[in-house]
Design a protein around this ligand. Structure first.
Ligand SMILES: Nc1ncnc2c1ncn2[C@@H]1O[C@H](COP(=O)(O)OP(=O)(O)OP(=O)(O)O)[C@@H](O)[C@H]1O
Length: 503
């Protein structure tokens, strides 16, 4: 017998002695001989004080805190003060009561106050009918009187485990909701543009957002494909769930399956635990498949199977699991390129393009340039704590004449740069460096060779880097993934440099 049990004996008054007969004397001892103690609180509600005393003495050896209550009318006040992992509730209160009605009533009251509460009923021996009724009303389990110690502790341990799981699930749900809120705040960014082309785009967004239809968004880099995808999610019934973006241009072939489908512990070296894939992580929300046009044909087949069956099998697993996500895909390939079956599976295309949204390049919606420029001018002036300077007519004309190969992303960067660098009263063409960019691109397609710099300027390392990036962007028709690959950079690293050079 351990010292703790000695203490219990000294602590016990005559009630306990009585109940040594009532309860079986077997204690709940772990294999090491240590009494197992949970960090959880238990509430016992019974009008028999002897039961309360004995129950408290038994359970406090296993759980961090045990409260007792001999009047169920006090339950609401106790629940307001303390969150209980499990509540042990008698069925009858007061002499002569045996119908169990009071127990049902208090069970319902508890679940009304806390729908997550885990309640274990104390029933009379052999009264299965009452137990079944209580379980129908939401009780988790029951213990028949007279009980055995090990049975009480085992039942309450399971009840506590259930309570912890429910709490974890509740916490995950609220974290998920919070993340969805944060991400929608981040992307609460307005889609600017009143041109006819953008009005058509907004019309399609309005019609398709509330449906669960698959949407394929086409457009050059920087035209706002991701912005539109987030807007579709934000306006859908899935808005409170996750928006899961997968950059298929950045997922290497070897990582494709484990990233998208997840894996089981031991599936490969380094798989130390089960890991959920991005498709399953999008459950309940929206799965945004960015740069879908960059996916090699054989991986397109795997993706198609998953989308058709709405099930995935994690790497190393032998059971498929279902997922429920709305699929939005985006690509900078043209429809003509997508229709080439050597490059893109036509059955995958049909699966993805229930609704197609074509985002026009900025050079085809010159009317939008002023509004977008003014929006980002105000945005960056505020961010960098600078006065909002007017854009000169010359600068506006220069922007409207420029062909913006990097589209709105480039316009946005140009504005940021101009806000930071401008030293005059108003923003002038030179603040945007558009002429330089044009000539640099012209040079890159014509005489420029980075191996043989022939001016002071081209000897500058940063200038060489900028020219090389422009050359790669031009060569790959502003396909960021391909240009990044050719330059030996990640997409993110290329974007950082484009931002740095205002490209
Ligand atoms: N209509 C618009 N109004 C305001 N800002 C926009 C608009 N379209 C795009 N942007 C801004 O331009 C930048 C690029 O947008 P986004 O990432 O959505 O483009 P994308 O087409 O997905 O680019 P990529 O193909 O390179 O991934 C973002 O900063 C976005 O906020």
């Amino acid at each position: 017998m351990c010292g703790y049990e000695h203490f219990l004996l000294y602590d016990a008054e005559h009630h306990v002695y009585d109940y040594e007969h009532y309860f079986s004397s077997t204690a709940w001892i772990t294999p090491t001989g240590q009494a197992m103690k949970h960090s959880d609180c238990i509430l016992i509600v019974d009008d028999d004080d002897d039961i309360l005393t004995a129950g408290r003495l038994l359970l406090k050896r296993h759980f961090a805190k045990v409260d007792t209550c001999n009047d169920p009318a006090n339950i609401p006040a106790l629940l307001a003060k303390q969150q209980y992992s499990a509540i042990l509730l008698d069925m009858n209160f007061g002499p002569g009561e045996s119908s169990g009605e009071q127990g049902y009533g208090w069970l319902q009251k508890i679940l009304q106050i806390d729908p997550q509460a885990v309640v274990v009923m104390i029933t009379a021996h052999g009264d299965m009918h009452t137990a079944v009724e209580a379980m129908k009303l939401g009780a988790t389990d029951f213990i028949a009187k007279p009980w055995q110690n090990e049975k009480v502790v085992a039942t309450l341990s399971s009840a506590v485990a259930l309570s912890n799981t429910r709490n974890e699930a509740k916490q995950l749900r609220s974290t998920n909701k919070l993340l969805a809120e944060v991400s929608s705040q981040l992307t609460g960014q307005q889609i600017l543009g009143q041109s006819t082309a953008m009005q058509e785009v907004m019309g399609l967004i309005n019609l398709s957002a509330p449906t669960d239809a698959n949407v394929l968004i086409l457009g050059e880099n920087g035209t706002g494909k991701e912005l539109v995808a987030r807007e579709l999610h934000h306006r859908s019934q899935r808005a409170n769930n996750v928006f899961m973006s997968v950059d298929l241009g950045a997922v290497t072939e070897t990582l494709f399956e484990s990233e998208l489908f997840g894996y089981k512990k031991g599936a490969f070296t380094g798989a130390n635990e089960d890991r959920v894939g991005r498709i399953k992580a999008a459950d309940g929300g929206t799965l945004f498949l960015d740069e879908i046009g960059n996916l090699p044909l054989h991986l397109q087949a795997k993706l198609l199977t998953a989308l058709e069956q709405r099930r995935i099998t994690p790497v190393g697993g032998n059971q498929s699991i279902p997922f429920d996500a709305r699929v939005i895909a985006a690509t900078n390939l043209t429809m003509q390129q997508l229709n080439d079956e050597q490059k893109f599976r036509q059955d995958l295309l049909f699966r993805l393009n229930t609704v197609e949204i074509h985002l026009p390049p900025l050079r085809q919606r010159v009317d939008d340039i002023q509004a977008i420029a003014e929006y980002y001018l105000a945005h960056y002036s505020k961010k960098y704590n600078k006065p909002v300077k007017p854009i000169s007519n010359e600068a506006l004309t220069a922007m409207q004449c420029y062909d913006w190969p990097g589209n709105i992303r480039a316009l946005r960067h140009a504005l940021e740069r101009a806000v930071i660098l401008s030293q005059s009263e108003m923003l002038l063409p030179q603040d945007f460096q558009l002429a330089n960019q044009t000539s640099a691109i012209e040079a890159s397609t014509g005489t420029l060779t980075t191996n043989s710099p022939n001016t002071q300027d081209e000897l500058n390392l940063e200038k060489i880097e900028q020219n090389t990036i422009q050359l790669a962007l031009k060569r790959y028709n502003f396909n960021i993934s391909h240009a990044a690959k050719a330059l030996g950079l990640t997409r993110a690293a290329l974007y950082r440099r484009m931002e740095k050079y205002g490209l």
